[in-house]
Design a protein. Structure first.
Ligand SMILES: NC(=O)C1=CN([C@@H]2O[C@H](COP(=O)(O)OP(=O)(O)OC[C@H]3O[C@@H](n4cnc5c(N)ncnc54)[C@H](O)[C@@H]3O)[C@@H](O)[C@H]2O)[C@@H](O)CC1
Ligand SMILES: [K+]
Length: 503
C-alpha cells in the first residue's frame, strides 16, 4: 500500500477530477457518502436516541463533514447539530455549496466565530455522544490557536465517541506532529490511503482505529515511492528450509561490540541472530574486555582479538557483520576495524556506537546498498549534525537524503520505522511502545544481521527484520504487558513469530 505526501494527494485529487471529468464538488460528494457509510459500518448509531454533533472547518475537510451531515439528515437522524468553526469568508467554494444545501434542509447549524460562543459550544458538545469532526484535514499548515484551539480542546474534554475525517484535526499531514493541540479520535476515516502524517510521530496516539475509504482516486500515471509495509509484503521472503543443508548454509554471522558495562548488547544481538535462523553466531570482543564476559548462551562463540591480524582471522567464513552493539566510544581500534569492513564485500549492519565511528568514515563508503544503518532519531541527528527535533519534523527526507547520498540503506527507528533505499521509503508501523526498552535495538540489529547472513537482499533483510522484531514485540507485550516486557522477551518470541511467518 502506498503512502502519499499531502502534495501528492492534492495532485491526485486534481488529476482524478480532470480524467473523470468531474468537479471537485462531485469528488467531495463521493468522499462524503463513502465516509458516511464507513461510519455506520464501524459504529452503531441509533437515529432516535444517539446525539450527533458534526464539527466542521471552512476548508474541504469541513466540506466532507457537511456532506456526511446531509446524509444523516436525509436518513432521519433526529439529534443532529452542526457547528461551523471559523470565519465564513474563508469557506471554500465546495464547502459553501454544501453549507447552503444543509440550510435548505433546515439543518440545525451553529457558528463558532468568536470566543463568545464557547459556552454554547460546550453545552452542545456535552449533550453529544457521537462527535464527527472535519475541522482541519491535510490542509493544516500552521499552529492551532484561538477558537480552533478551543474547539479541539472541547472535543477532547468530551466523553463522546469521536470520529475524525481524513486525519485528526491538529495533526500535521506532512509529519504527524501535533500543531499545538490535536483531536484524540476513537476512529479516523482516512481518504484513499495513508498520508505521511497519518503514520509518523504523534499520529498513532491521536488516530484511534484507522479505516481507509476508497473514493475512486486514479493513480494510473502515478509512480509511488513510499509504501506501508504489511505482513503480506514479507511473507514470501522467508523460505522453508531444505533438508539437505548444513549450518553454513544459514550463515555464520559476527557481532562486533561490547565494552565495559555494555556486554549485554552484543549478546542480545548474537542471540537474536541465532533465534532468527543463523547457522552460527559469534561475538568479536577486544581482548581487554574478555574478562567481563559471562557466557550466558553456550551456543554463541566468543572470539577475542588484540590486533588487526587476529581480527581478520575472525572474519574468515563470515557472511554478515553487525558493528556497534555496546561498542562504546573510548577506543580508536573500531575505526581500523570499520575501515576494513567498508572495503570487504560483506553485508554489514551498523548500530549504536558503531554509528559514531561510521560518521567519521563516511567518505570511505563505497559499497552499493550493502550497508544498513539502524539509527534512532537522536543518532540520525548526530549523523546529520542536526537536532532530533529537526529529524522529527521531516524524518522521511532525513532518511531518504542520507540513503541517496551514500548509497546505503537507512533504517530509521521510531514509533513508525522508516526504511529508505535511495528514493524508496518503506513505513513500518506494527510495533508497540513496550519495545521502547534497553536492548530492543540490539535485538533488531541481531535479527537484521541474521537475515543478511541468510543471504536475503539487504533491503529485504530490513523489511523482514523490522517485521519479526515488532511482531515478536507484540507477542511479548501481550504476555508480559508493555510496562514489564524487556528486550530479551522480544527474543523469546522470535521463534513463535517465525513459525507463523514461515508456514
Ligand atoms: N476534492 C475535494 O473536495 C476533496 C477534499 N478532500 C478533503 O479536503 C481536505 C483538504 O482540504 P483543504 O485543502 O481545503 O484543507 P483543510 O480542510 O484541511 O483546511 C485547511 C484550511 O484551514 C486553514 N488553516 C490551515 N491551518 C490552520 C490553522 N492552524 N488555523 C486556522 N486555519 C488554518 C487553511 O488556510 C485552509 O483554509 C482533505 O483532508 C479531505 O478531507 C478529500 O476528501 C478529497 C476530495
Ligand atoms: K479532521
Amino acid at each position: 500500500m502506498e503512502v502519499l505526501t499531502t502534495k501528492e494527494m492534492k495532485e491526485l485529487d486534481r488529476y482524478t477530477c480532470k480524467k473523470k471529468g468531474i468537479s471537485s464538488l462531485e469528488l467531495m460528494e463521493i468522499a462524503g457518502e463513502k465516509i458516511y457509510k464507513c461510519i455506520l459500518k464501524e459504529k452503531e448509531i441509533d437515529p432516535v436516541t444517539d446525539k450527533i454533533v458534526i464539527i466542521s472547518g471552512t476548508g474541504n475537510n469541513g466540506g466532507d463533514s457537511l456532506v456526511v451531515a446531509r446524509h444523516f439528515l436525509e436518513e432521519n437522524y433526529k439529534n443532529l447539530e452542526i457547528i461551523l468553526v471559523g470565519n465564513l469568508d474563508h469557506l471554500t467554494e465546495e464547502t459553501k455549496i454544501n453549507l447552503k444545501k444543509l440550510k435548505e434542509r433546515n439543518a440545525r447549524i451553529y457558528y463558532f466565530k468568536n470566543y463568545d460562543f464557547y459556552k454554547d459550544y460546550e453545552k452542545l458538545i456535552k449533550k453529544a455522544n457521537i462527535i464527527i469532526e472535519g475541522i482541519f484535514g491535510i490542509g493544516l499548515n500552521r499552529d492551532v490557536e484561538g477558537i480552533y484551539y478551543q474547539a479541539i480542546d472541547g472535543i477532547n474534554r468530551s466523553e463522546a465517541y469521536t470520529i475524525s475525517i481524513d486525519i485528526p484535526s491538529g495533526i500535521r499531514g506532512d509529519n504527524g506532529l501535533i500543531a499545538g493541540i490535536a483531536v484524540k479520535a476513537d476512529l479516523s476515516i482516512i481518504i484513499h490511503t495513508y498520508k505521511v502524517g497519518n503514520l509518523l510521530n504523534d499520529a498513532k496516539d491521536s488516530h484511534g482505529k484507522c479505516k481507509i475509504v476508497d473514493i475512486g482516486i486514479l493513480e494510473d500515471v502515478f509512480i509511488p515511492k513510499q509504501f506501508l509495509l504489511q505482513e503480506k509484503d514479507i511473507k514470501n521472503l522467508l523460505k522453508k528450509r531444505r533438508h539437505n543443508t548444513h549450518k553454513y548454509d544459514y550463515g555464520s554471522v559476527l557481532t562486533i561490540g561490547g565494552s565495559i558495562g555494555m556486554m549485554g548488547a552484543p549478546f542480545m544481538s548474537a542471540y537474536a541472530a541465532l533465534r532468527s535462523g543463523s547457522g552460527l553466531s559469534s561475538i568479536a570482543v577486544y581482548e581487554k574486555y574478555l574478562d567481563l564476559i559471562y557466557p550466558i548462551y553456550p551456543e554463541i562463540m566468543i572470539r577475542p582479538y588484540r590486533k588487526k591480524e587476529e581480527f581478520l582471522e575472525i572474519l574468515q567464513k563470515k557472511e554478515a557483520i553487525a558493528f556497534g552493539p555496546g561498542l562504546g566510544r573510548k577506543s580508536d581500534f573500531p575505526f581500523y576495524i570499520l575501515e576494513h569492513l567498508l572495503k570487504v564485500d560483506l553485508p554489514i549492519v551498523i548500530d549504536a556506537d558503531g554509528l559514531y565511528y561510521f560518521k567519521e568514515l563516511l567518505n570511505k563508503v563505497k559499497k552499493e546498498n550493502k550497508i544498513v544503518i539502524t539509527p534512532h532519531y537522536g543518532e540520525m541527528a548526530m549523523l546529520l549534525d542536526t537536532t532530533s527535533e529537526n529529524i522529527k519534523r521531516d524524518p522521511v527526507s532525513a532518511a531518504k537524503e542520507f540513503s541517496e547520498k551514500y548509497s546505503i540503506i537507512v533504517l530509521l527507528k521510531g514509533t513508525t520505522t522508516l526504511i529508505a533505499q535511495q528514493d524508496k521509503i518503506y513505513f513500518h508501523s506494527l510495533g508497540n511502545p513496550g519495545m521502547a526498552t534497553a536492548g530492543s535495538g540490539d535485538v533488531l540489529t541481531g535479527i537484521v544481521l541474521s537475515l543478511l547472513g541468510q543471504r536475503l537482499k539487504p533491503i529485504d533483510a530490513c523489511k523482514v527484520g523490522v517485521s519479526i522484531h515488532s511482531l515478536a514485540g507484540n507477542l511479548a507485550a501481550k504476555e508480559m504487558g508493555q510496562y514489564s516486557m524487556i528486550a530479551t522477551d522480544i527474543i523469546k518470541y522470535i521463534p513463535k513469530t517465525l513459525k507463523e511467518l514461515v508456514k
